[in-house]
Design a protein around this ligand. Sequence first.
Ligand code: FAD
Ligand code: E1W
Length: 469
Amino acid sequence: MKSAPITIVGAGLVGALLATLLAQRGFKVIAFERRPDPRKAGFLGGRSINLALAERGWHGLRLAGMQQRMQPIAVMMRGRMVHDLAGHTNLQRYGRDDSEVIWSVSRGALNMALLDAAEAAGATIHFDQRLDAVDWKTSTLHFRSEDDRSRAFQVGTILGTDGAGSALRSAMAQEADLGERFEPLGHGYKELEIPALGNFPPGRLPAHLGDALASGERYAMEPHALHIWPRGNYMCIALPNAEGSFTVTLFLPNTGEPSLESVATAAQARAFFERDFADAVPLIPDLEKDFVGNPTGLLGTLYLDRWHIGGRALLLGDASHAIVPFHGQGMNSGFEDAVELADLLEATPDDSADVYAEFERRRKPNADAIAAMALENYVEMRDRVDDADYLLMRELDLLLAQRHPGRWVPRYWMVTFSRVPYATAFERGKVQSTLLRQFTSGKQALADIDFDQADRVIRERLDPLPTSG
Ligand code: FAD
Ligand code: E1W
């Protein structure tokens, strides 16, 4: 054993990956998780919630040796399928070919795979242990289980991966000023289900899908896309699940018209969907039940000035930088945290104070950058992907990427398909966005653009993107 044991609070996505990476590097790892073990019988049958996994996330999974297990149950998404009010669809590809795609994975399946990996690497995980309080004087963690029994553990250094509502963060805030600020988005979300074709209730399968089912098709819409219904101030999205269903998420303001306040009853939900998402309605047989029965999710951005207390405790993932989900990078960025911390601790196993300070120094600018880009992407997704100016800029963005490979790199590409630091993607994205607006100002089509002049400006304003890793 290389050094003192490490305690992890929260064995969700980031905590379980971190436990795996640290155990693989020879650390003794003990993790505590509030929920019962999801791999035990009784868990199956809940709602299926999925997440978009991109290059940063895959990188972490590859280091943990998990690609083989996850790849077969990940559904490829080649682009965004935009659904207009008339129900017409248009696929906007994310990348140049099928190597530049993102993947829809089940949160439950991913969490279970990560727990298996952590234990296989030698980590110990205690389930049904909710962190309740921390006694900083004696370095004791107090946990409580569902049957209300409490347990206390004396620990060494503590890593907090207990999510946006982190109990460790609350305990740390009693010991030191973390400079915490939560900025609510003012919008929330609701999840609904589009079943696999074979699982529609009797008589509810839309007529136009009868042939699809008969021919063995499992999906009610194109499976290899992230579906988006942009509607100005709000939107729906849908991601495919491996078994043939889709999870639909409605993002809507909390107040105003329409809002989660004004659309509250089953009848209001149906009327709202009939008006704004008509093509999706026949595909959601339990619309009313899902809408009224599923909880409303809250959204916002969490900023902390400090992520650690000396070498005693450090927060990672959503616990230190929860963001809005509109770039699909919350888990991906949390996995990047786990990789960075595992590398730093491996290099300097016995100086956690130094490692945590260096971790914060490296990661905080990137956390701030993805937080900002995720907020911007909400406006882009819900309001702009359908409009003519935007489409011209997008066309030019892609064309300039071909004319200036390695120099003009679309921001979405840097965030999603590379491991370029988020802060770099954000900065270069600002330059490119300003130039795109200049080049397309007053223009209707690519043919109207002066490319010789554009090329000169680009070479002057953008250095080649450093290639790494
Ligand atoms: P969590 O996943 O929240 O895990 C925290 C763990 O700690 C849980 O297991 C919890 O039970 C446990 N815990 C909590 N409190 C305690 C306690 N007191 N004691 C012990 N254990 C505790 N990200 C993407 O990359 N791609 C996406 O497509 C995407 N889509 C999203 C869609 C929505 C609607 C939302 C809300 C988020 C989305 N995200 C996405 C973000 C992603 O869900 C989070 O960033 C990710 O789950 C963070 O992982 P985490 O391990 O830090 O926290
Ligand atoms: C992705 C919840 C979620 C997850 C995502 C994305 C979006 C919109 C949302 C961003 C995107 C994958 N995005 N999609 N198309 N353009 N940008 O790339 O994860 Cl709402």
